[in-house]
Design a protein around this ligand. Structure first.
Ligand SMILES: Nc1nc2c(c(=O)[nH]1)N[C@H]1C(S)=C(S)[C@@H](COP(=O)(O)OP(=O)(O)OC[C@H]3O[C@@H](n4cnc5c(=O)[nH]c(N)nc54)[C@H](O)[C@@H]3O)O[C@H]1N2
Ligand SMILES: Nc1nc2c(c(=O)[nH]1)N[C@H]1C(S)=C(S)[C@@H](COP(=O)(O)OP(=O)(O)OC[C@H]3O[C@@H](n4cnc5c(=O)[nH]c(N)nc54)[C@H](O)[C@@H]3O)O[C@H]1N2
Ligand SMILES: [Mo]
Length: 765
């Protein structure tokens, strides 16, 4: 038996530096940071060549986030963190077969996630044989043969699971779901299950479409913009430009977040330096430091005030919605004492902002993980919808709902079929287009996939991108599950922990990234992606591939499919020769993709249909938008408990750690830290750098992780924050949001205790 590889990253063990928290985002430090990462990883020529192609009409879509591009682009249409994402992919460092022969998986697992990522791009398909501890090179044909034989050996297709991370192009994702459904299962978990699933479910139920309802231009016409549970300065820096422009046009910006995130305080557009403009803009007019999980109470407060002030869009409410009276009755009966104690905000604070919202003629509400990763994620998003519907802020200029997506094509992947629970109408259309029968039974999402692996009912686990072991909750439980699987396959660009914590046999299939040229039989190909606002557009890599052996994701899926289905009605090979053929098939199989090949070649691409936004109509069973009624969640804690949220630092992309700085928060060197309120620390007699153990409590079970250092921070009392993925070991697998089944990564009940040992590895099995 092979020795287990460590599932939780070891710390980097650099000294922790605690500096001053920044109030201004971007500015000169952002320019230098972009260039630093570029120059270190790519060198001068490649940095310039690469960065000038980001988000250009003839270039590639930034792999950083899903924020849309303006229709009039500048030469530099990227942000600091987009530049880091690009540099990280276009790095000159390589992970070769020699590298793998030098390091066993156990020794690699003792390196930190930061170190693993720094080793560079994987150059060869690699095989880890059952019982062995070193990967060996394998050729593509043999790799496909192995996967196909394991898939064919499975007793039933539901013992096969196919994960997708959100960078995969529309073309690759479409072929992938066609392959998986041809095999006979809907086991298509994706990163969205851990991300905006609550938004999809909440919006789907309320307005009949699981997507946002705004255009980028709406930001120029909004009177009020709510930014809830989101840290755009780090995670969507280009959104700050839209907020700055909104601000210049007179919008009031309200930041609802336990933390005073830097980007929402002041913003300096790096490009303005070129215009010799050195001023910065204050972005948010109000910061409401809501307690973790207190948004539902706050929103009820806003709803009450809205009714008192008036300005309801009664015409719209009567004509186009249902459920208003019941929702209002519930809000009216919610006591202010409950609202203030649950939200941690004073009545005056809520009234001041509530009145502005009530009087606004055009309000946009933006949100991200602060809302979705809560036990009541779906309900709280529906409260946001309730608030906006009251003033008719859907389907009119300057107003609307704006879930801000994470991965650059996570929305597109879902549109083209990466969905474990597809609606019947979607499958019927797909079956007609592809001429292949498809299973109806819903498949496993992420959490259910892990449970299935733990129960020993998964034979093959295939990952199209991502880093499953580090992204998922309950790291040790997930590791246990993965080790039960017969074969795990990772289609990847960079080395990560999921290559080390594997099934009995494991494969790494190295693929082309966004930045790289994709040559096929008919010449150079482009792929398409959908941004957070439903615009589908082209993305074309320009760089020489990192290795001659890399294959594109569509090529990998098509070649595996050819092996799996020699008699298939689909000519898989022809599809990879010219991706126009894939897009033709997509046009036949998907709603809204008419003239796909022609429209996607237009400047700025095309918009997918969105009834609430386009015509104020709602594709719900009643044809109306729904006000929904929810009781407030229970946010009470025992006296020694805290609520912990797990968040991103400025120098990471999900599980990819670019560097060890969290510049805006003034923290660097070490990621094993807990942000805590100074008064809470004083109560326990603790100071900065106090070493503590964290224990999470759920359903009578406890999980402990040792050796974290405290940092006093501006965070509500009773709340603490740690970084993901280090803290995932504490997120209970069963603790998920109602309806969406999203892990509650922002609501983990914990206790803290002074460290008893200096041992870093105690949370390991
Ligand atoms: N550079 C960079 N860009 C990224 C990513 C990255 O890792 N790095 N990840 C991408 C992905 S996949 C995603 S999903 C997005 C994530 O983007 P964000 O959602 O901005 O990411 P998080 O760091 O999880 O931050 C969540 C924010 O919610 C706040 N919060 C936590 N709990 C609550 C609560 O109960 N109420 C309220 N109101 N706020 C709360 C936190 O303080 C924090 O500011 O970013 C995308 N873009
Ligand atoms: N505790 C906690 N857990 C969380 C979150 C949280 O806030 N807190 N956030 C959740 C969220 S919002 C998300 S979206 C998930 C993210 O979960 P994932 O999407 O699974 O994780 P990533 O870290 O984005 O994946 C990084 C890996 O993707 C591979 N990769 C990069 N580019 C490409 C490409 O073009 N093609 C292929 N095939 N592979 C590529 C690289 O090998 C890289 O190591 O994590 C979730 N987990
Ligand atoms: Mo995400």
């Amino acid at each position: 038996m092979r020795e287990h590889a460590r599932a939780v990253t070891p710390p980097d063990n650099l000294p922790l530096r605690i500096g001053k928290k920044k109030t201004m985002a971007a500015g000169i430090p952002a320019v230098t940071s972009s260039l630093k990462h570029g120059l270190q990883k790519m060198g001068v020529t490649r940095t310039l060549k690469t960065l000038t192609m980001v988000n250009q009409l003839d270039g590639f879509d930034c792999p950083g986030c899903a924020w849309p591009d303006p229709s009039h682009r500048t030469q530099f249409e990227f942000c600091e963190n987009g530049a880091k994402a690009v540099a990280d992919e276009a790095t000159k460092a390589r992970v070769t077969p020699e590298f793998f022969s030098k390091h066993s998986i156990q020794s690699l697992a003792e390196k930190s996630d930061y170190w693993l990522n720094k080793q560079g791009r994987i150059t060869h398909p690699m095989l880890l044989k059952n019982g062995e501890s070193h990967y060996l090179p394998i050729n593509w044909e043999d790799a496909f043969e192995l996967i196909a034989s394991k898939i064919n050996e499975a007793k039933n297709p539901d013992r096969l699971v196919f994960y997708t991370s959100g960078r995969t192009s529309n073309e690759a994702a479409f072929l992938y779901q066609a392959m998986v459904r041809s095999i006979g299962t809907n086991n298509l978990p994706d990163c969205s299950n851990m991300c905006h699933e609550s938004s999809g479910k909440g919006l789907g139920g309320s307005i009949g479409i699981g997507k946002g309802t705004v255009h980028l231009d709406d930001f120029n016409h909004a009177e009020v913009i709510l930014v809830i549970g989101q840290n755009p300065g780090t995670n969507h820096p280009r959104m700050l430009t839209a907020l700055r422009d909104a601000k210049k046009n007179g919008a009031t910006i309200v930041h609802i977040n336990p933390l005073p995130e830097a980007g929402l305080e002041r913003f300096k557009h790096p490009q303005d330096y070129m215009k010799m403009d050195f001023s910065s803009t204050q972005l948010s007019d109000f910061h409401l430091p809501v307690r973790i999980g207190g948004d539902a109470a706050l929103l009820k407060g806003f709803i009450k005030i809205h009714e008192e002030i008036g300005h309801l869009d009664t015409d719209f409410i009567q004509r186009s919605t249902s459920g208003f009276d019941e929702m209002m009755k519930n809000a009216r009966s919610t006591a202010w004492e409950t609202i203030t104690s649950d939200s941690g905000l004073s009545h005056e604070q809520i009234v001041e902002v509530g009145e502005i919202i009530a009087r606004s003629k055009a309000t946009i509400a933006c949100w991200a993980m602060g809302l979705t990763q809560q036990p009541n994620g779906v309900a709280v998003i529906q409260e946001v919808v309730n608030l906006l519907l009251m003033g008719g802020h859907v389907g009119k200029p300057g107003a609307g709902l704006c879930p801000v997506r994470g991965h650059s094509n996570v929305q597109g992947d879902r549109t083209v079929g990466i969905w474990e629970a597809p609606p019947v109408a979607f499958l019927e259309r797909m079956e007609k287009g592809l001429n292949i029968p498809m299973p109806r039974e819903h498949g496993f999402d992420v959490v259910r996939s892990i449970q299935a692996m733990r129960n020993g009912i998964v034979d093959v686990f295939f990952c199209m991108g991502g880093n499953f072991i580090s992204a998922t909750p309950d790291t040790n439980a997930t590791a246990e599950g993965l080790r039960n699987v017969g074969l795990t396959v990772q289609v990847s660009t960079k080395l990560n922990r999921s290559h080390l914590v594997t099934g009995k046999t494991a494969l790494i299939l190295p693929c082309l990234g966004r930045t790289e040229r994709d040559m096929q039989a008919s010449g150079q190909q482009f792929v398409t992606v959908e941004n957070s606002m439903g615009i589908v557009h082209m993305s074309k890599g320009t760089l020489e591939p990192s290795s001659q052996l890399l294959k594109s994701e569509p090529w990998i899926v098509a070649n595996l499919s050819e092996r799996l289905f020699p008699e298939s009605v689909i000519d898989w090979k022809a599809l990879t020769e010219d991706y126009d053929a894939i897009r033709e098939l997509m046009e036949q199989s998907l709603e809204g993709f008419d003239n796909y090949n022609e429209r996607v070649r237009r400047e700025n691409g095309f918009l997918l249909p969105n009834p609430p936004r386009d015509s104020r109509t709602f594709s719900t069973p009643t044809g109306k938008a729904h006000f929904t009624t929810h009781e407030l969640p229970n946010v009470s804690l025992d006296s020694d408990q805290y609520v912990m949220m797990t968040i991103r630092s400025h120098d990471q992309y999900n599980t990819t750690i670019y560097d060890l700085n969290d510049r805006y928060r003034g923290i660097s060197g070490n990621r094993r830290v807990v942000l805590m309120n100074a008064l809470d620390m004083a109560d326990r007699g603790w100071k900065n750098r106090q070493v503590v153990s964290i224990t999470s409590h759920f359903d009578g079970k406890q999980r402990t992780a040792e050796h974290w250092q405290l940092i006093s921070y501006s965070i509500p009392r009773g709340n603490v924050a740690t970084y993901f993925p280090e803290a995932n070991v504490l997120v209970p697998l069963e603790s998920t949001a109602k309806i969406s089944n999203t892990p509650t990564s922002k609501w983990i009940i914990v206790t803290l205790s002074e460290a008893t040992s200096d041992d870093f590895g105690d949370e390991q099995e």
